[in-house]
Design a protein around this ligand. Structure first.
Ligand code: NDP
Length: 432
């Protein structure tokens, strides 16, 4: 990638941005044309086959976060989001982290879990024993239900049994839950593991004498944990009014607050998901699946806590670390049909599912740094307000060069609201 063409990307016009991406060799000539002609949208007839009662398509903005260096590789991050400042914040942190060496990531394994929930098992100890004794047969049956996964190097890997005791407080009975752990290759794997789980249920009923209640993937993807780390020199954290060491210490304290308090942790983690969700949406992945798993992981200690940790190392650097469960695919799902998602993959350099997971967790950590740094320095509103002013200007009908004019006057006004924006629009018309 010829990075020099992407300098001050945010200042370029739409056409200049597309040209810069092409000149930087970040996109192909075909994609340059597709972007210019706006043909990366989802065709109506395809959408009509995707959901029920389809009447139209609903669009979101697609942007690119700059400055990311992940495992020593420069990556342009596709983000689909409706929220102003998310892309700018990611790019800003990407730069700060990039100056200090970028992100180091890790993903040891990428396995999905299917649950077969059995009820009315009369002898649970015997049931556990027979399931463990027949693990090989269970794996064989699972693979036979979706044999093509073996061609992709995947397949069922192991079987685990969990006994959920009855609980008088919630009036829940005892459940014996069989977990089938599956390597789903490059797929997210929901359909693959669901097929396997359903196929196993009759055999497990026969083995245990129990009755299957349901057979389905768990979105708590604890066997697919991705981690990103970064080390930042304090000088890169400084703001106009605060030195780097003070910002560093306040970021550490902000995480301590989010580790201790669920009310803060939810918002802290929402900031992380601002980044992760935007990339999931851009790449056509199931963001609800990842969201659900991530929040459960935040509560793994019994209390909902911050997912990220910011600490200081012996040299006085700020050290960030984020681990989250990520279940994504580089094949199948929406990616197989959405031209925009396919473009996002090309922009990322066609990562495999594990590489995409590493990118996602890095973006989450970057987004978290930006949010927390803003909160412990000038506050979030200052940066947000200029973008909100722009949205407000557009909302009251400003177009072309009027958008900048209305935005500027709105920021200078005592009250930034639609009434003021309408007044400014009127003034501008009268001035003309
Ligand atoms: P798909 O069924 O769309 O894709 C998986 C298929 O891709 C495989 O069965 C295989 O089909 C093909 N494939 C091609 N190359 C590979 C490869 N290298 N590795 C693995 N498979 C490959 O999707 P998933 O099973 O991944 O399921 C994801 C979808 O399921 C998402 O859209 C999600 O929203 C949805 N979903 C989610 C649920 C949840 O999260 N709780 C529940 C139910 C559905 P073949 O063998 O035919 O080539």
């Amino acid at each position: 990638m010829k990075k020099e063409y992407l300098q001050q990307f945010y200042k370029k016009s739409h056409v200049e941005k597309l040209e810069a991406l092409w000149e930087a060799e970040a996109i192909s000539e075909e994609d340059y044309e597709r972007l210019k002609n706006n043909t990366l949208t989802l065709p109506q007839d395809v959408a009509n086959e995707m959901i029920e009662n389809h009447i139209t398509n609903y669009e979101f903005p697609f942007g690119i976060a700059m400055n990311f260096v992940i495992d020593e590789e420069e990556v342009l991050i596709p983000m689909v989001t409706e929220e102003p400042s998310v892309v700018a914040a990611a790019s800003n942190s990407g730069k700060m982290i990039g100056l200090s060496g970028g992100f180091q990531t890790e993903m040891k394994e990428r396995l999905m879990i299917a649950q077969i929930a059995l009820k009315n098992v009369s002898d649970v100890e015997h049931a556990k024993k027979v399931i463990q004794e027949n693990e090989e047969r269970i794996i064989e049956l699972a693979n036979a239900a979706h044999p093509s996964i073996l061609n992709y190097g995947g397949g069922a890997r192991k079987v685990e049994v969990r006994l959920l005791p009855a609980d008088a407080e919630f009036e829940t009975p005892e459940f014996l839950v069989v977990h089938l752990i599956v390597d789903t290759g490059e797929a997210m794997g929901a359909n693959i593991v669901n097929t396997m789980a359903e196929a196993l249920a009759p055999y497990l009923e026969e083995l245990t004498g129990g009755e299957s209640l349901m057979n389905i993937l768990s979105n708590y993807a604890t066997e697919s944990l991705a981690t990103a780390k970064c080390v930042i020199e304090p000088k890169y954290l400084a703001t106009i009014t605060m030195d780097g060491e003070t910002v560093r210490d306040r970021i550490v304290e902000a995480t301590q607050f989010a580790l201790a308090d669920p009310y803060r942790a939810v918002t802290h983690n929402k900031g992380i998901m601002n980044g992760i969700d935007a990339v999931l949406l851009a790449t056509g992945n199931d963001w609800r699946a990842v969201e659900a798993g991530v929040h459960a992981y935040a509560a793994k200690s019994g209390q909902y806590r911050s997912l990220s940790r910011w600490t200081t190392d012996a040299d006085g650097n700020l050290v960030g670390e984020l681990t989250v469960p990520i279940s994504v695919g580089s094949v199948g799902g929406t990616l197989s049909i959405h031209p925009g998602a396919q473009f996002a993959y090309r922009l990322l350099g066609q990562p495999n599912a594990a590489e995409l997971s590493r990118i996602l967790v890095s973006v989450g950590l970057a987004q978290n740094l930006s949010a927390v740094r803003a909160l412990v320095t000038e506050g979030i509103q200052k940066g947000h307000m200029s973008l909100q002013a722009r949205s407000l200007a557009i909302r009251v009908g400003a177009t072309g060069e009027n958008i900048d004019k209305v935005t500027k006057r709105l920021q200078e006004a005592k009250h930034m609201n639609s009434e003021t924006a309408k007044k400014i629009m009127k003034e501008l018309t009268e001035e003309k």
